[in-house]
Design a protein around this ligand. Sequence first.
Ligand code: NAD
Ligand code: UDP
Ligand code: UDP
Length: 369
Amino acid sequence: VLGHRLGGGMLAGATGGKIPLGLKRKSMRIVVTGGAGFVGSHLVDRLMERGDSVIVVDNFFTGRKENVMHHFGNPRFELIRHDVVEPLLLEVDQIYHLACPASPVHYKFNPVKTIISFFSILLLDANGMIPSSSLTSRLLHKTNVVGTLNMLGLAKRVGARFLLTSTSEVYGDPLQHPGGDLLGNVNPIGKCSKLLRRGKRTAETLTMDYHRGANVEVRIARIFNTYGPRMCIDDGRVVSNFVAQALRKEPLTVYGDGKQTRSFQYVSDLVEGLMRLMEGEHVGPFNLGNPGEFTMLELAKVVQETIDPNAKIEFRPNTQDDPHKRKPDITKAKEKLGWEPTVPLRKGLPHMVSDFRKRIFGDHADSGE
Ligand code: NAD
Ligand code: UDP
Ligand code: UDP
C-alpha cells in the first residue's frame, strides 16, 4: 500500500557497473542476512517484487518464518537457517547485512520472556544491565563482530557490494541533533551499558577497514526508531508496547514523565532508503529516520486515537540513561540519495495495528479500523 519506486539516478548492474534507470537491468543475486526479521522481510518483499533472486540467511533468533513464507515456492527465493557467526559460501552480487539480535536492554521490562529467551539474565548487574560476560552479550558481540567479518569476507571473495545496517545508538547519549556532523559523542573504552552501541561501532569499523584495505564496496546506514507490521510484539519497544497494550485493553505504560521525544519511521520509508543507498554512489554513513518528533505522551495519544480512545495511561519509572531527545538529521540522505520519509505516524500506525490485531487475536480478528 505504501510502496515506493526508486527515483532518478543509476542502478548498479550485477558487477557493480552502472546502467541508467529505464534500461532493462540484469536481475541480481542478493543475500539478506536477518531477512526473516522485521525490516529484513519488508526489504525482501521489495527485492522480490523488483525481480531479483533473494537468499535469506537467518538463525530465527528474533525472526520468524511467517515473515517470508509468502515467497516459499518462488524459484527466485531461498531461505537458509544459518548463524552468520559461522562462515558461509555463496555467490552473490549484493549483501544486505541486517542480522543482529534485538538489544537486550529491551528485555529488561519483560522478565518472563527475558528468562525464557536469555537464562543469562539471572546474572543482571546492580543497574539491571546485562553484564558483558553473559551469554547474551557474547551472542550480540559475536553476531556484530564475527558475523560482520564473515559477511565482509564473503563480499571480498565474490566482489559483492556490502551494506551494513547500523544504528542511531552509535552517536551516544548526549545527542541533541544527531548526525549533523555524523560524529557522535562516545568514549570507546568507557564502561558503556549499551551492548548494541559497542557492537555496531565495531561493525562500522570493520566495514570501513574492508573498504579501505580490501577495496570492498560498502554502504553504511544508521537507522533511527522504525515501526510497522511484523515488528516483534513483545520486545519492549515503545510503539509495539503501546499498540499491543491498547489492543489487549491494558494501560499504556509511559516511562518517566513521557516528555522525552523520539521520531518514528515507517518501515517502507526505511526500506526505500536502504535500497537507494545500496544502488547509489555513496558509502555513507547516512542517517535514515523520520524527523517528525513526538513525545511519548503524544505517541500514547495517537495510539488512543487509532485504537481505543478510552485506553488508560500508567506512568512507570524510566531507565537512568534514557535519551531525552532523538531526532535524525537527514540532510545528507536528502542531498545525496534524494531520499526522505513520506509516511507520517498517523498514516503508518493503522497498518501496524491491523497486523498486531491479527497476530494477537488470530485471523478472525475484527479489522475495525
Ligand atoms: P529483527 O530482530 O526483527 O531482525 C534481525 C534478524 O536477524 C532476525 O530475523 C534474527 O533472527 C536475525 N539474526 C540475529 N542474529 C543472527 C545471527 N547470528 N545469524 C543469522 N541471523 C541472525 O530486527 P530489525 O528491527 O528488523 O532490525 C534489522 C537491522 O536494523 C538490525 O541490524 C538492527 O540493529 C537495525 N536497526 C533497527 C532499528 C529499528 O528500529 N527496527 C533501529 C536501528 C537499527
Ligand atoms: N568468509 C566467509 N565466506 C566467504 C569468504 C570468507 O564466511 O566466502 C569468512 C572467513 O571464514 C573469514 C572471514 O570471512 O573468517 C574473513 O575473511 P577474509 O578472507 O577477509 O579473512 P581471512 O580468512 O584471510 O582471515
Ligand atoms: N518507553 C515508554 N513506554 C514503554 C516503552 C518505552 O515510555 O512501554 C519509552 C522509553 O523510555 C524511551 C522511548 O519510549 O524514552 C523509546 O523507547 P524504545 O525502547 O522504543 O526505543 P529507544 O529508547 O531505543 O529509542
